[in-house]
Design a protein around this ligand. Sequence first.
Ligand code: GLN
Length: 538
Amino acid sequence: MQTKYIFVTGGVLSSLGKGITSSSIATLLKHSGFEVSILKIDPYINLDPGTMSPLEHGEVFVTQDGAETDLDIGHYERFLNKSLEKKNNFTTGQVYLSVIEKERRGEYLGKTIQIVPHIVDEIKQRIRSVGEGSDFLVVELGGTVGDMEGMPYLEAIREMKHELGNERVLSIHVTLVPYIKTAEELKTKPTQHSVQELRRIGISPQIIVARSEKPLSKELKRKIALSCDVADDSVIVAEDAKSIYQVPLNFLQEDILTPIARNFALPPFKPNMQEWDLLVKKIISPKESVTIGFVGKYLSLKESYKSLTEALVHAGANLDAKVNIKWIDSENLEKTNLHELEELDGILIPGGFGERGVEGKILAIQYARENKIPFLGICLGMQLSIIEFARNVLGIKEATSSEFDPKTSHPFIYMIEDFIDQEGQKQIRTHTSPLGGTMRLGEYECELKEETYIQKAYGNAKIIKERHRHRYEANPKYRSMLEEKGLIISGESNGLIETLELSDHPWFVAVQFHPEFTSRLQSPNPVILEFVKQSLKH
Ligand code: GLN
């Protein structure tokens, strides 16, 4: 079947859950047996979110092929249970860069370069190349209709509809139907205005997804249908859900597939959501519960740990347990308030950058090690586990990372000059390289040691593949010193230290990679799953 395109735009305000809407629609199509891919367009000018502050942008999600992408790509992977690539997310910066590069190469034959047609053509060409080979491509346009940055994309959507016809292009508009307390009423005016704005640009959406905190009456749905000129069955209500994974099921109940099939002139189809339904039931009413201490830094913006908190949800769903997160701000953690860590079933140290909050994290690691609490350290969490061990077990008080003290005499964590990247190419990393360009990014193989906790977690696999995003590495110079005192190097990649554990601890595991990037609802990440399992036993 020729690729069909579903464009998802948003109106009224941001944070309406366009990402979850797009993921949910893609999930229903996938479970109906179609080949589905998905694309996030970010209209900002940055080339990628790699150098943006987590406070500004939330998490940077890393794809298998090493791209630093928008966190919505994470949602897509978690919902679709499929690895996406660099091309599944692009920004205005990337579009302009390639047009300008082409212009420099003389590929426009001396023409004046303009938004229409050149920028818009580049956008259309990128969209179509991502759609190649799929039955459906769901395209989520970031931002809200009316944003200046979004204009060329809306023009591209309009043109694609014109070129490919009604049966290959569908527009879905996500809006808000706010509840006004004083009037005790749900208001449809913002939705009408937002659709009017879209129409002014030449796009008439065929489906309206109305976000609302309350159910919408039949009359109200009809009113929206009439004023926005969509069929009566094409106003889909998206009430606040208990879990994001419930949204595809809610959409199914709202019968979203009927207008989708009709618009594409396809015979009616039905997804198989049995397994999904079961997992959602376990998220909503789990049998057991467990409390994990999450010792991190950007706690004011939990979005920056999205993949990890979702991975804990996946583990919980698969173990029929509620995973409660106790957020512990590492900057406030001191020797005098370690009682905050009492009564935790497990302690988790996520990845991070910079020196702030590091000492608090080291205290939490020491606490987990000495009190034999199940522990998982991720990326910076692994690096700090080594530093903690060096300081408190080996007695080398100056042990640190050259990230925090470039001149340290004890760089247990250091910057290596060169390494072999995913394509087998030698890469040079130096302290002076610009931010963003020097990280070990994306998927690398890791060889596991026999009979270790981590190997058991991965079903006795010899080699696993996980994704990275860091500049520094564990220094092999100290390896034998650490091993002599009971630290086990349990995983390696081309001579780089990837995972460790402790011999005299019920379950203390730390990993240099980010296991959370490969966790999906239907296939939870093995080491995070095992960590939650061990915490349940604690
Ligand atoms: N700051 C550390 C590094 O760059 C760890 C990064 C991380 O935790 N993602 O190596």
